[in-house]
Design a protein around this ligand. Sequence first.
Ligand code: KG4
Ligand code: ZN
Length: 343
Amino acid sequence: MTLILGLESSCDDSAAALVTSDRQILAQAVVGQADHHRPFGGVVPEIAARAHVEILPRLIRQVLDEADISISEVDAIAATAGPGLVGGVMVGLLAGKGLALSARKPLVAVNHLEGHALSPRLTDALLQFPYLLLLASGGHCQLLEVRGVDDYRRLATTIDDAAGEAFDKSAKLLGLGYPGGPAVERLAKDGDPQAVPLPRPLVGSGEPHFSFAGLKSAVQRAVQNGNHTPEDIAASFQQAVVDCFVDRTRLALEDSDAPALVVAGGVAANQAVRGALQALAEEQSRAFSVPPGWLCTDNAAMIGWAGVERFTAGLVDELDTPARARWPLDDGAEKVRGAGVKA
Ligand code: KG4
Ligand code: ZN
């Protein structure tokens, strides 16, 4: 059995977890920094980095104590090395390097996106490679064929905003707090998803990419014209995102014979999203898997698990591994047109 200490610090959640190769989470802790950033109306990178410095050492101590494990008993330290707010990434990665050096343990530098991508396998022992993944978070919206550890084929990405970003911006327009996704979902429960006519950007287009900037602008107009309740706007917005997800994912499935469909990342915590993707999987005769909600939003259990998978595959990293603000999962693949790349 392999035991990994996972560390996460790529955005505004500090997290540590102890995860084993037989899918046990011996201890985990996540501390969000919403209180630090609320006065500024969004995540301030410098404040996030400083908060990780304050919080992370305490969380590492806490999970080791809780599991009654000494650092000498872990097999490796897995830390997020990007992509994300690079100051915060450096804090967690340097903490991981320091522990690896002092305890003489290997370092596993984890791509945060691979953490999300492999997370369903932590709780679903039956999920085998390959699977088609909709990865929808605050910073990303991608369709990926997950072929194995460190082996990804990207089929689509967003040409503007990420899905979670659209939730957060719409929440702000509706006067809801940060993070916006859960607040929009709560409000949407009392609304009519058909009440407000909103666009479904790129639906029907020939490549399975996403676009959410126009949807956010339409939400802004709906808020300003005052003809609809906030509940109806929230429900209609959520339905529009779901319709984009389903249409785009259905198209991607035409290009992949992966037997399973998976959705992960913070937006996968949304019940409407989970339900619609599950229905799509059934329609397309694919198996379906989604991590529990707490494993969808940022956490260190998924980083520890990615550490287990990489360590098991013999993938460990040097102590001079850099923190990376940008780090695509299909590094080296041709850039997708539309994603900031000129045709
Ligand atoms: O994966 P994550 O925790 O962090 C990133 O890697 O970005 O994703 C955070 C995003 C935020 O935009 C948040 O609003 C969204 O996930 N989110 C949700 C829900 N819970 C979190 N969006 C819709 N419905 C939810 N229940
Ligand atoms: Zn994330």
